[in-house]
Unconditional design. Structure first.
Length: 211
């Protein structure tokens, strides 16, 4: 699932020289069931930044992603060129880059990086439950020093890399399939493939916001 679908998302980003659809999709996953993310994109196509699904800082985050899309994409590729997809130092830089997007903390910034091919994972509430870990493990306070942030992010990356991005992607998809928030996504394979569908429709939503 991971090799098929994450590689396709990564290829779409490279083909379009754009990370905005990935960020838009990621914002739509915050406190929402995965199966709602295409519907949210459709609302953005119609209402743009005023869509009611863009509550809180989501509208600001989407606007930032679109206005800074070229920089975010190019900078992320520079990180790849310098460090590759496996380096803790490089992944730390990539996570910090996407944490500049309003409403993206370390976990969701890591999700963006995972879809770009970095060996990292999104340890969301589901995965923390599976690990038996407290949510404080993934919280990076805004007032934390830059050195403190880097250390916390590096610790997070090290944990993710114990089993690797593919493991976390595939097992998460199996874990959430058919649950209360994703009743229409009945298998892990369907959940995984739905990510690609989301990126495709979020590409249309991003185009609508640019007009």
């Amino acid at each position: 699932m991971y090799k098929r679908d994450c590689n396709e998302i990564k290829a779409l980003a490279k083909f379009n020289n754009s990370v905005a659809p990935i960020i838009g999709f990621t914002l739509s996953t915050i406190q929402a069931g995965l199966q709602t993310c295409t519907g949210q994109a459709e609302k953005v196509i119609k209402g743009k930044y005023n869509a009611n699904c863009l509550w809180g800082l989501k509208s600001e985050g989407l606007r930032y992603a679109i206005e800074n899309d070229a920089y975010l994409y190019q900078k992320s590729m520079q990180i790849v060129d310098r460090y590759g997809y496996e380096s803790i130092e490089g992944i730390t830089e990539a996570i910090l880059l996407f944490m500049n997007v309003p409403n993206l903390g370390m976990v969701k910034a890591s999700f963006v990086c995972q879809m770009l091919g970095f060996n990292i994972a999104c340890l969301d509430s589901h995965n923390l439950t599976r690990l038996g870990m407290n949510a404080n493990f993934t919280k990076v306070p805004a007032k934390m020093t830059d050195n403190g942030k880097r250390k916390k992010i590096a610790t997070y990356i090290e944990l993710c890399q114990q089993k690797g991005s593919e493991y976390w992607w595939d097992t998460w998809c199996d874990y959430v399939a058919g649950n209360q928030a994703n009743k229409s996504l009945v298998t892990g394979d369907i959940v995984s493939r739905f990510h690609v569908e989301c990126i495709n429709i979020w590409t249309l939503a991003i185009d609508a916001c640019r007009k």
